[in-house]
Design a protein around this ligand. Sequence first.
Ligand SMILES: [Zn+2]
Length: 522
Amino acid sequence: MRKNPRRTGRVFPSASSSFSWPRWFAVVAAVVAVAAAATAAPDTTGDDGGVLDGVFTFKALQLYNAVTSYLEYFYDTVIAPITGGAPSSKPKPSRVSYKKFQLLRVLPSDEDDVVDLEALSEEPGVQVWMPIRLNKTADLLLPPSVARDVKRFLTQREIDFVILSSDLERSISKQNPRSPSPSQKSELKATKGHLMTWNRYHRYQEILDYLMYLSEHYPHLVELLPIGKTTEGRPLKVVKISSGQTRENVVKPAIWIDAGIHAREWISPAVALYILRQLVENKSYRALVSQVDWYILPVVNADGYEYTHTTDRLWRKSRRMPIESGRTLWGGMSYGCEGVDLNRNWDWHWGSVGASQDPCDDTFAGSHAFSEPETRAVSDFILDHRDRIQLYLTLHSYSQMWLVPWSHTKKRADDYDDMMYLARQATEAIQKVHGSQYQLGTSPSLLYATSGGSDDWAKGKAGIKYSYTIELPDKGIYGFMLPADKIVPTGKELFTGIKSIVKSIVKINSAMTNKTNNISIE
Ligand SMILES: [Zn+2]
């Protein structure tokens, strides 16, 4: 999950329809830069000049992007206002096609394989979905231009692989059933009051409409709390589910669930909405709601989520525009890539490990901790309610894992055993539903070390003892393209796991409260 499938800037920009000397200057300068970089770029992939045959090195392409974007920015901000020329604003990107992109599962069986695969992952266009580790499977997404060469390379190096998908676009088109027609929509709205279902993945506005519906139909249970806006101005609304206080002077524990920090992980908001619906619309869970308050934010990265629906199904980051990042070519950063990885942007060992300073990388941590409105809004809210929130859950996909802090270090937290005890209860409860097994452990032990993640921050900075990242199904057959008919079974399983943890937290809380009350009486 380390590289963008393509650069978001233009690798080979299309010719402008009208003559513009600054743009010609930009193109000429960029070509010179590419030629220089292609000559000077150090060969890091071996004696034969690279893993795959290619004209340009990755670094040359980055530099090309950087130069053209910077000069274009210079033209827009300095030249165009003087000459009255039209800004060189980029046309709205058309939908990205993954036609004939192949998804491969590879198994490195010795250190040489790992080195080869890591070099391969640096090739332009190759995307790593699951990390490359010895004796563990990893998933690689290959554009058609390199697929044959990569497979030949793997065969030559005797690295085992299987093809999970020979045409990712086909998997994408099968994932989500068609949206209802306008007449069907108005019929649904008239009968149900909203368009939400749990057999398809919905657009953000439909999700917001459903939240509004819940707050209007269950006013004594549901409250919408606006906590801020995304980069592109979409509202972020936390759903508070509460039956009010039970007894005077007894503060109920609260549970926080967020989802959709990573845009392409569609199952995560869908499952959060499933849980939300059960808590509000299923009367058999009233006892659960009376014992704890729930705060649920179904889509943190709403801009990125929308972008995955409209433009690029595999987008992961936020939609922060590069010019706003304030980074310059002279600061050593490439210029012209969009988005920040919102799960590397939290103020906890920010930028120390498993996060990138390159805006073009999928794990770009942002210009500084909490540089993004989405992470600021959520963290401010959590800090305001930290005394009551006793469980922090953040939903991601895929790989079917229940991750406990820390992610930034291999050192165990002091209360690691306590966290593992409740997490084990949850995963055992999940397994009883449909037999699904979630792996349990820290991110460095199961995946890789990362920093600036929300679960570590929730524990380390906000002081929430039980803090977990949940990687939802599957284990990689569908990956991010998990079909919509898996929403309900996945939601059922996770809700069962969460209920088991919440019961334990209620018990712990009531024991603590009684103890405190006893002490105060004495
Ligand atoms: Zn994720």
